[in-house]
Design a protein around this ligand. Structure first.
Ligand SMILES: Cc1cc2nc3c(=O)[nH]c(=O)nc-3n(C[C@H](O)[C@H](O)[C@H](O)COP(=O)(O)OP(=O)(O)OC[C@H]3O[C@@H](n4cnc5c(N)ncnc54)[C@H](O)[C@@H]3O)c2cc1C
Length: 306
């Protein structure tokens, strides 16, 4: 039995046959619609299965990579070796008193609308962020003056030894678009948000207003990874890109959005190679014109194509 077959059999034991795919095309699962194949693509449906995958990965030295909705992640065209874990089956959302408890594969947009239905205020800011709850905690997602840090009470994570551990929000070092989740190697499996009772119509009015603002400013008609660059101190990335006359520039199927200069859209079946070349072109042009280094917000992972 070769190693690939051994890994496949073990993963089937852990998460069941229907939840293991081999050589799965990742772009089909990601908001960006970019990225090559995963050796093994698995979709666990319990916390225990995740714990067992982490333990197996450690024991057998098979690397794993965690994917949310792929809205802040660019995967290269050569794909990802080893195991890719996707938590789309862990998407339950419930509430107790003034809290909303969401499994990490649930969309943060759904958690936001769920809170509205419970007449709970605090997650309005998240009503248009196209990531999962896990992805939102990982980078302390935020918008329009709100962020995860304001509302998170605690999370359950699977740590790198495979233990299920409770982490208080104060233990996660949540800061502007960062947390210590990557450094700790934690997999978030569940989050509890502490919200405030509010009036349904008032909460909905805020969400409608934010949705209108987002739809009028962002190129939501195309796949993208959102804002590609962090805000450089003292500047706005979008303004620098606009003033560099880069909007509408294309490489292959990737384009600097004509609607929002901070976005690069996958307009016409772009490859990741196109996308990365365009990111670098934008960085070089802005550096040349304004002397400012644009740091990527979005992570790029995976292998170069052969
Ligand atoms: C149109 C558009 C608009 C956006 N607007 C905003 C915005 O207003 N504010 C904002 O903050 N972001 C915004 N984003 C970026 C993105 O949606 C957020 O960063 C989101 O939180 C990413 O979640 P995801 O599930 O897509 O994560 P992914 O992109 O899949 O992954 C990002 C990182 O999170 C890690 N991760 C994912 N799930 C888990 C987990 N369960 N446990 C541990 N690590 C995990 C991954 O390993 C990866 O390193 C936008 C993106 C787009 C495309």
């Amino acid at each position: 039995m070769d190693n690939k077959e051994k890994i496949y059999n073990k993963l089937m034991d852990i998460v069941k046959e229907e939840n293991v795919k081999v050589d799965e095309m990742l772009r089909d699962h990601l908001y960006t619609r970019l990225g090559g194949k995963a050796d093994f693509f698995i979709t666990p449906s319990t916390y225990e299965e995740i714990q067992n995958v982490v333990k197996f990965s450690k024991e057998e030295d098979v690397p794993f990579t965690l994917l949310g909705n792929g809205s802040n992640l660019i995967i290269k065209d050569g794909g990802i070796r080893g195991i890719v874990i996707n938590l789309k089956h862990l998407d339950k959302i419930s509430s107790e008193g003034n809290t909303v408890v969401a499994q990490s594969g649930a969309r943060i947009i759904d958690a936001s609308y769920y809170a509205l239905e419970q007449h709970l205020s605090g997650l309005e800011f998240a009503c248009g962020i196209p990531g999962t709850v896990g992805g939102a905690l990982y980078m302390n997602a935020g918008a329009y003056g709100g962020e995860i840090k304001d509302v998170l009470d605690y999370a359950f994570v699977v740590d790198k030894e495979g233990n299920l551990v409770k982490r208080l929000a104060s233990e996660l070092d949540l800061d502007y678009r960062t947390s210590n989740i990557p450094d700790n190697g934690d997999i978030v499996v569940e989050a509890t948000f502490n919200l405030t009772p509010g009036n349904y119509e008032d909460i909905k009015a805020v969400m409608d207003d934010l949705t209108y603002k987002r739809e009028s400013k962002q190129p939501l008609e195309y796949p993208s990874c959102g804002s590609v660059f962090k805000r450089p101190p003292g500047y706005f990335a979008g303004k620098l890109i606009q003033d560099s006359k880069l909007q509408g520039t294309t490489i292959g199927g990737a384009e600097v959005s004509t609607k929002h200069a901070g976005f690069i859209v996958n307009k016409d079946n772009a490859t990741t190679t196109d996308y990365i070349a365009l990111i670098e072109h934008v960085q070089n042009t802005v550096k040349e014109k304004f002397g400012v280094d644009l740091e990527r917000e979005v992570r790029i992972i995976g292998e170069d194509p052969e």
